[in-house]
Design a protein around this ligand. Structure first.
Ligand SMILES: [Zn+2]
Length: 329
């Protein structure tokens, strides 16, 4: 018997999908289950009230800087070329975080493919492999960052590890002045481009967009579903060109329109935006308006010409633990 597509579709109607998904080295029943686990993104979620205060301060600071940049020794022409310091934390198992340096180059390439069109450029300044099972397993984040973090507010420190399998987390630009040592992005190393496929378990979260998502937070972006449908009247993600959505979108729900009936922010949910929670094959990148917001965030929070945090950065290195990606690329 030859199956025709309509007949097959009829047969499959109402049959629950048994397919599971893999993300960051862990198996989930569905994309929804990944989101429900809290591991899709471990960046801190601020409340609507907190964000409104944060944004009010941001706008005030931006106005003050643009009116008095010279007096504060700040630049108004922002350098959006960002140096990256990459820390590959490894654990006890032979493959625990111990990936080939080529994955770093590929990940930086994806980052640039997402960000170059909206005016940001990432340059791998230094990379180092660091053996520390405690850090690899997600403990002593402060100790790790105190030992490794390098540079100023303008420099991006990326740590790859596994922990309890979150796909990634980041700090926001405004947090820097309170906790400079914490500043940076942590990424599940099993979300690096193609790494799970190369290990035999393909994943819909291994195109490098998890890193791009977290860098979006690091440059001041919120999730597209921030404030849900209330984003019509509140700030939402503070980006007008991303329509409000009731909740995080999962998988690839083409045509989803979870906030309807409003004139403002009309349109389908921005499921192709990397600041949503959709699967990576569904995602395309970021919007120019998001680039403009990130540039303003850079101006206010990542533009000062302070000295780098002393030493620490490259101090923990031992020769047998080190590979240098720049020499490989
Ligand atoms: Zn996020």
């Amino acid at each position: 018997m030859i199956w025709t597509l309509p007949a097959l579709a009829l047969l499959l109607q109402g049959v629950p999908s048994l397919a599971t998904i893999w993300a960051g080295g862990r198996e989930y029943e569905s994309h929804d289950a990944l989101i429900a686990s809290g591991r899709r993104c471990a960046t801190k979620t601020y409340t609507t009230q907190e964000i409104e205060k944060i944004e009010a301060k941001f706008e005030a600071e931006h106005a003050e800087i643009t009116s008095n940049a010279e007096g504060r020794n700040l630049r108004l022409t922002i350098d959006n070329s960002i140096n990256v310091y990459w820390w590959a934390i490894t654990g006890d198992g032979p493959t625990d975080g111990n990936y080939d340096p080529m994955y770093v180059g590929t990940a930086i390439g994806v980052l640039n493919s997402v960000y170059n069109p909206i005016g940001f450029f990432f340059n791998l300044a230094e990379s180092q492999q660091v053996y520390n099972p405690t850090w690899f397993n997600g403990y002593d984040e402060l100790g790790m960052k105190e030992s490794l973090r390098y540079g100023t507010a303008h420099d991006l420190n990326i740590y790859t590890l596994l922990g309890d399998y979150p796909l990634g987390s980041a700090t926001y630009p405004f947090e820097y002045k309170f906790d400079p040592v914490w500043d940076g992005v942590m990424i599940n190393y099993l979300t690096l481009p193609n790494i799970m496929t190369d290990q035999g378990t393909p994943s819909e979260y291994e195109r490098g967009f998890q890193l791009a998502h977290q860098v979006g937070h690091w440059l001041g972006l919120y999730h597209t579903f921030q404030d849900g449908c209330r984003a019509v009247t509140r700030g939402g993600d503070w980006i007008h060109s991303t329509p409000a959505e009731f909740s995080a979108a999962s998988g690839c729900p083409i045509g989803r329109d979870s906030c309807t009936g409003h004139v403002k922010f009309a349109g389908y949910d921005p499921i192709d935006n990397i600041m949503d929670f959709t699967a990576e094959p569904c995602q395309a990148g970021l919007l120019p308006e998001q680039g403009a917001r990130m540039a303003r965030q850079m101006l206010v929070y990542r533009n000062n010409e302070e000295a780098p945090i002393p030493c620490v950065g490259l101090c923990g290195r031992t020769s047998e633990q080190v590979w240098r990606v720049k020499e490989v690329l």
